[in-house]
Design a protein around this ligand. Structure first.
Ligand SMILES: NC(=O)c1ccc[n+]([C@@H]2O[C@H](COP(=O)([O-])OP(=O)(O)OC[C@H]3O[C@@H](n4cnc5c(N)ncnc54)[C@H](OP(=O)(O)O)[C@@H]3O)[C@@H](O)[C@H]2O)c1
Length: 251
């Protein structure tokens, strides 16, 4: 094992939102470093193709179609990973969406979806993985927040509320799971080039955010390297929170 794969090779990592963007980039990066990956997302064709590619390249991967707004489906994803690879070392609660809009436009359906995926999806990931980690007396939750979990801007109130909730839930989890030797990491990225702006349903807001991303966004693999860093620290070291941005991003 070389210094790059140390702390990563052999760790079983369950990733929600693995069909694009940060989840996909992280699956590729960690599997190249020797981690078996368990891929969840609704677009089964995408995660199956990705799992196939990883296996063909000599890695270990499995795909389970999963809607994170359904607790039973998230449980099935985690249990499938444990059944196939024998354990779960990391639960990466990454699935999310960002349908920005000003509150006065009353996009209630967007608010509901954002809360269901970004908050409840993370909670369901915790519910599914925690019993396995308690039994193992080890594990690591990595929950994806955002710069928006630290700052709120017009049109971003609901998204920021969900990403703040992820930080609050993660900090509560951190305090509660010490006795099972479980680590918790919050990762709060700035803008990264993914499909995320496509979840915006208001054309004018989509244009503004699209222009911002075009100017500033970093490649998604910058996030994958941050995940690898948090994972690779020795077990006694719990990296609790990482906030990172494109160097040029002011917000
Ligand atoms: N990109 C950024 O600039 C940025 C910055 C800060 C934080 N983040 C956070 O990073 C995370 C990943 O987003 P991304 O940037 O990689 O965007 P993305 O390319 O749009 O990926 C989002 C992922 O979430 C999945 N997803 C959405 N709804 C789902 C559901 N109901 N059940 C299961 N999976 C679902 C999507 O898969 P399916 O559609 O196939 O289900 C997709 O794989 C999100 O939590 C986002 O808030 C991103």
């Amino acid at each position: 094992m070389n210094s790059e794969t140390q702390g990563i090779a052999g760790k079983v990592v369950v990733i929600t939102g693995a069909s694009s963007g940060l989840g996909e980039a992280t699956a590729r990066h960690l599997s190249a470093l020797g981690a078996p990956v368990v891929l969840g997302a609704r677009r089964a064709d995408r995660i199956e193709a990705l799992a196939g590619e990883i296996v063909k390249a000599g890695g270990k991967a499995t795909a389970v179609a999963t809607d994170v707004t359904d607790a039973a489906q998230v449980q099935r994803l985690v249990d499938a990973g444990v059944a196939q690879f024998g354990r779960i070392d990391v639960m990466l609660n990454n699935a999310g969406l960002m349908p920005h809009s000003p509150l006065e436009r009353r996009k209630v359906a967007d608010w509901d979806r954002t809360i269901d995926v970004n908050i409840k999806g993370v909670l369901y990931g915790i519910a599914a993985a925690l019993p396995h980690m308690q039994r193992q007396n080890s594990g690591h939750f990595i929950n994806v927040s955002s710069v928006a979990g630290h700052k709120v801007r017009p049109a971003g109130a609901v998204y920021s509320a969900t990403k703040t909730a992820v930080r609050v839930i993660s900090e509560g989890l951190r305090q509660e799971v010490k006795r099972w030797n479980i680590r918790t990491t919050i990762i709060s990225p700035g803008s990264l080039a993914t499909e995320l702006p496509q979840s915006i349903t208001e054309p004018d807001i989509a244009k503004n955010v699209g222009d911002f991303y075009e100017e500033y966004a970093l490649p998604a693999d910058s996030f994958a390297r941050v995940v690898a860093f948090a994972m690779s620290e020795p077990e006694a070291v719990d990296i609790n929170e990482i906030l990172f941005r494109p160097t040029r991003q002011e917000l």
